[in-house]
Design a protein around this ligand. Structure first.
Ligand code: MG
Length: 344
């Protein structure tokens, strides 16, 4: 369609939630904006953990697509992975590739004057249920006030990143049975601890228990947690390749699959994952914790899949560093961003 002239990477780091934003510009002055994974949280020097990912983009990947036709996205994806295979097919190289891939999809949608969901086969939903995802707070008053803020905004489900079952009891006592609760412990527990924690919260209105054990990708242990607690498990934000996703789907350990669009390599692989998912009785619930290009891309992807169930909305009190705002929400449901491309 057009020739890629320039690739810029910018780290927004004016609060702890840094964002890595990728802008691709063609010779015709068309622009595509994508986002790579943001890095490990760092409140002392926000953005410092984003720099290695930004460097992958500007030093390894950008030189590889400059001067090329922007429209052959899948060919670029394959060529970049082939070029960089010594860096591995998981981790930081794929995070960088994700930022480039999302910018290319945004650019193509804008050129074709279509929302990206149309390039993925069209929307299968008018809206999708959304949940407010709170960061780890470790403070009862803050948890209650943030959950109350979510309920006031129409949410009927929230996700906690707390590792003490006391917080789940607190929400149950404060807000009752009607509030759905997701609990994400980011692999904090050993298998024994994970089962113990799960049993303690199993009589509450738990929608899912996320990444319960370390090692985080120990699917056998995850399955044991599911069986011994009777709670549905969510995982997948630390899986990468189609083979990885096939393994976790085959492990019979989870109910909700959570690929992270800024880690896996963007929408080019995402559509392969959702095709794969159609043959399993497992739901798609994209992981996300930033508004803007990454959340918009997750929305276009989720709306294109019949397996989509819940959309994660980052629920943080204050401004996001990139200046992006949350998508349209009403009565606990989220709608696709308007506009062509990703709608950034
Ligand atoms: Mg998580």
């Amino acid at each position: 369609m057009s020739i890629i002239k320039n690739v810029e990477v910018e780290i927004f780091n004016n609060n702890p939630l840094a964002q890595v934003i990728v802008t691709i510009e063609t010779h015709d002055k068309e622009i595509g904006i994508g986002e790579a994974w943001w890095g490990i949280p760092n409140s002392i020097d926000p953005g410092s953990t984003s720099r290695p990912i930004a460097s992958v983009i500007s030093n390894l990947i950008a030189p590889h697509i400059k001067g090329k036709d922007n429209s052959t996205i899948e060919k670029h994806w394959i060529d970049i992975l082939e070029y960089g295979y010594r860096y591995g097919d998981q981790g930081i190289f794929l995070m960088g590739l994700s930022g480039i891939d999302l910018a290319l999809w945004d650019l193509l949608g804008k050129q074709m004057k279509k929302p990206v969901v149309d390039l993925l086969g069209g929307a299968k939903h008018d809206s999708l249920p959304a949940y407010a995802s709170l960061p780890p707070l470790r403070d009862t008053n803050l948890v209650i006030s943030e959950v109350q803020r979510a309920i006031n905004s129409g949410f009927t489900a929230v996700k906690l990143h707390e590792i003490d079952p006391m917080y789940i009891d607190l929400l149950h006592n404060e807000f009752g049975e009607s509030l759905g609760i997701m609990v994400d412990v980011n692999g904090h527990f050993t298998l024994h601890e994970a089962i113990d924690f799960g049993v303690k919260i199993s009589n509450r209105n738990i929608i899912w228990y996320e990444e319960p054990v370390k090692p985080i990708r120990d699917h056998r242990a995850i399955k044991e947690v599911a069986i011994k607690t009777g709670i549905s498990i969510a995982a997948g934000e630390n899986e990468y390749t189609v083979d990885d996703f096939k393994r976790i789907l085959e492990s019979d350990s989870i109910t909700y699959l959570q690929p992270e669009i800024t880690k896996i390599g963007g929408l080019t692989i995402a559509k392969k994952i959702s095709n794969l998912l159609e043959t399993y009785d497992i739901f798609l619930c994209p992981h996300n914790f930033r508004p803007g290009p990454s959340l918009n891309a997750s929305l276009h992807w989720a709306f294109s899949s019949i397996k989509s169930k819940w959309i994660e909305i980052p629920w943080v009190n204050g401004e996001f560093s990139g200046g992006y705002s949350l998508p349209l929400l009403s009565k606990g449901r989220v709608f696709l961003p308007r506009g062509n491309g990703l709608g950034n």
